[in-house]
Design a protein around this ligand. Structure first.
Ligand code: SAH
Length: 270
């Protein structure tokens, strides 16, 4: 298996000096990296990563590769976005192989698209390496399918970050009327206001919901609560951990799936 895997990795494209690869690391542990992301880690001269990228993933970087932390947490800019893009451009112009590694998928929230636009504008060659996004993979790991025939025909991936902030805010009442599951990213601090708006717009308080915190990490926690109680459930979780919240019928499926899922694996004998 190792031989076959190594041969697949060798067959993947080579990292061109002076270019940026904008890659997703998946939700947490290295098992959810794609082989493209592993190959990128093995070749990059410098890895510019987010707070969401775990140490176990960074450990796969080529020995001697430089690591640069460029993270933001909870909406607070610990690194200004303009500085991050300027840095990526400068590193690429210096002829380095620059891996920009982000949690989840690079093009689902988290500003990867902004970085790609800036690279394109600066004329820096870049490549996108998709990753498993927390709002789908995190749910799946918790036993919550994104879709089930007869339950839903669409899934809304939404950010709760700007909820209630006027122009940037979403039309939550319209989402409630849609009657399709809503998966919320970056919504821990605003879930109370979001849930109230959805309830006022007519979503029943018994609508199934769940929150998945720190998916695919040793600290993973999943709480089930109906829409009417979801804010209270979120308040019981560590606000420093990333979490996705799902509101809609699919959340109830976890009760039928999770127990059998827990039985399917065990740790390997040494
Ligand atoms: N590009 C990322 C999302 C970045 S925005 C992706 O595709 O997953 C950051 C938000 O992603 C967090 O606020 C949280 O809502 C979600 N998130 C990222 N990693 C997570 C994890 N391991 N468990 C639960 N939610 C996570």
């Amino acid at each position: 298996v190792i031989e076959a895997l190594a041969s697949v990795l060798r067959g993947l494209p080579a990292f061109r000096p002076g270019s940026v690869w904008l890659a997703g690391a998946g939700p947490g542990e290295p098992g959810h990296l794609t082989l493209h992301a592993v190959a990128a880690l093995g070749q990059a001269d410098v890895v510019v990563h987010d707070a969401l990228v775990r140490a176990e993933v960074l450990a796969l970087a080529r020995p001697g590769a430089e690591r640069v932390f460029a993270g933001k947490r909870g909406g607070r800019a610990s690194c200004a976005q303009a500085d991050i893009t300027a840095r990526l451009i400068a590193l690429a112009r210096a002829g380095r192989r620059v891996l920009r590694l982000k949690g989840g998928d690079p093009f689902v929230f988290g500003r990867g698209a902004e970085e790609a636009l800036a690279l394109a504008e600066a004329g820096i060659p870049f490549r996108i390496i998709p990753g498993l996004t927390a709002g789908l993979a995190g749910l799946a790991l918790a036993g919550i399918p994104a879709t089930l025939r007869g339950v839903n025909q669409a899934v809304v991936l939404a950010t709760g970050h700007a909820a209630g902030e006027g122009a940037e805010g979403l039309d939550w009442a319209a989402l409630a009327r849609l009657g399709q599951p809503i998966v919320l990213y970056m919504a821990m601090r605003r879930i109370g206001a979001i849930a109230d708006t959805l309830l006022q717009a007519g979503l029943p308080g018994e609508t199934p919901a769940a929150v998945v915190s720190a998916a695919a990490t040793p600290g993973e926690r999943v709480l089930d609560a109906p829409l009417g109680g979801i804010a209270a459930a979120v308040a019981r979780l560590d606000p420093a951990q990333p979490a996705v919240i799902v509101i809609g019928g699919v959340a109830a499926l976890r009760l039928r799936l999770a127990a059998a899922m827990a039985e399917a694996s065990c740790s390997r004998a040494a």
